[in-house]
Design a protein around this ligand. Structure first.
Ligand code: FAD
Length: 384
């Protein structure tokens, strides 16, 4: 066992850091507060080979491992937290599921633009009446001629305000076995965006309505029975969420550490007060523990999908650690930490969202408990 990065991974980390410092550092604060998607960053990253890191070369990707993608997201976030979302979108999210299960024609239609940073794909799972209980989703796909008619709506979809295509979870029939997914272009007839809204993080989203949208048969990604496969791919997205939580916690920690070595009160540096030293010690322990759990899940996945158990543990721990550390870092920086002149308050707001998104901490703990006891526990009413 070796807890260090390999020389190749170290070299890759150095090169991403160099790229991020040269291209992303100066506008990092402005980017965190800007509306919309950072398309300029996406195009730059595409040129740098940072989109599609884990996607096979035959599909236009880099053919790397999940650890490579984690290294990329961490390195970018350490310089520009907002730009880490572009690494997420281009490597960890529905793009990976599309690359894994998509047909040649689906990949041809969407992947090229996604990998060149000109378009972004969203995953639409959550509905007004199906959040944590995602298998209660109602959006239906009914056979019609050479394809399907899709009716329903999705909420809280990341990138929904500007995505080109939605990997949409739909119901072909009853029960969990009836769930599959289709690819719907946001400009397709019958697709409507509802009232724009924003999360606490500043990210925009809009309810997506599908009113009798025609989906040709060749735009079905996974037919009924595909739910398990989709969630397998979704574990990659969870690793990306975990990585960003940890990376933004670390960003805030590093900023607070630098501040504690600069700011004087009562004639002493903040770093010289034991009450603050212990905060830093606690933060460091949380960050290091989270890092090991994240790397375990990512390294064991190699070029495949990560294990559901290791992913649940890594995401739940990184979500908690990222938020707690960013919040403590804010405290250490006092009024400056709470101000939008610094990115620390942004890190707190972003980390808060990942405790809910992509499988809330509570739902992940349910999953962890199933692994501990070797059985499933129905969360539904009378079944116990
Ligand atoms: C920043 C952000 C980005 C998101 N991006 C997307 C996206 O791109 N695509 C998408 O489809 N969705 C997205 N979501 C939605 C997200 O997946 C849901 O918010 C999440 O699944 C929780 O569903 P809910 O909000 O309906 O809460 P509910 O399911 O109503 O849950 C409310 C609370 O109860 C807890 N809870 C529920 N059931 C249980 C249980 N059985 N045991 C213990 N606790 C329980 C939950 O953990 C939560 O704390 C995003 C959400 C956020 C905040």
């Amino acid at each position: 066992m070796d807890f260090r990065l390999t020389p190749e991974q170290q070299q890759f980390q150095d090169s991403v850091l160099k790229f991020a410092k040269a291209n992303l550092a100066s506008a990092a604060l402005a980017r965190a507060h800007a509306a919309g998607y950072p398309w300029d960053v996406a195009k730059l990253m595409a040129k740098q080979g940072l989109l599609g890191i884990t996607i096979p070369e035959a599909d236009g990707g880099q053919g790397g491992s999940l650890m490579d993608a984690v290294i990329a997201i961490e390195s970018v976030a350490s310089v520009c937290p907002r730009s880490a979302d572009v690494i997420q979108a281009g490597n960890f999210g529905p793009i990976r599921v599309l690359a894994e299960y998509g047909s040649t024609s689906q990949k041809k239609k969407f992947l090229t633009r996604l990998l060149s940073g000109e378009a972004v794909i969203s995953v639409g799972m959550t509905e007004p009446d199906a959040g944590s209980a995602v298998t209660d989703l109602k959006t239906s796909a009914t056979a019609d001629g050479d394809g399907y008619r899709v009716n329903g709506s999705k909420i809280f979809t990341t990138h929904s305000a500007y995505a080109d295509v939605i990997l949409t979870y739909v119901r072909f029939g009853p029960g969990v076995g009836g769930i599959g997914s289709v690819l719907i272009g946001t400009k397709d007839p019958g697709v409507r965006r509802g009232k724009p809204s924003t999360f606490m993080s500043g990210e925009e989203w809009a309810e997506l309505h599908f009113d009798n949208v025609h989906v040709p048969a060749d735009m079905v990604l996974l037919r009924e029975g595909g739910f398990k496969k989709q969630i397998g791919g979704f574990n990659v997205e969870r690793i990306g969420n975990a990585s960003r939580s940890l990376a933004l916690g670390r960003y805030a920690f590093e900023r607070a550490r630098a501040w504690a070595l600069e700011r004087r009160q009562f004639g002493k540096l903040l770093a010289e007060f034991q009450g603050l030293q212990w905060k830093f010690a606690d933060m460091k322990m949380q960050l290091d523990a989270a890092q090991l759990l994240l790397y375990r899940a990512a390294a064991n996945a190699d070029r495949g999908f990560p294990s559901p158990d290791e992913t649940a543990i890594a995401k739940a721990y990184c979500n908690r650690a990222g938020f707690d550390v960013a919040n403590e870092a804010l405290q250490v920086m006092g009024g400056l930490g709470y101000s939008q002149e610094e990115l620390v308050e942004y890190c707190v707001r972003r980390c808060r969202g990942w405790m809910i998104a992509g499988g809330s901490i509570e739902i992940l703990k349910n999953r962890i408990a199933e692994g501990i006891f070797g059985r499933s526990f129905s969360q539904r009413g009378d079944k116990g």
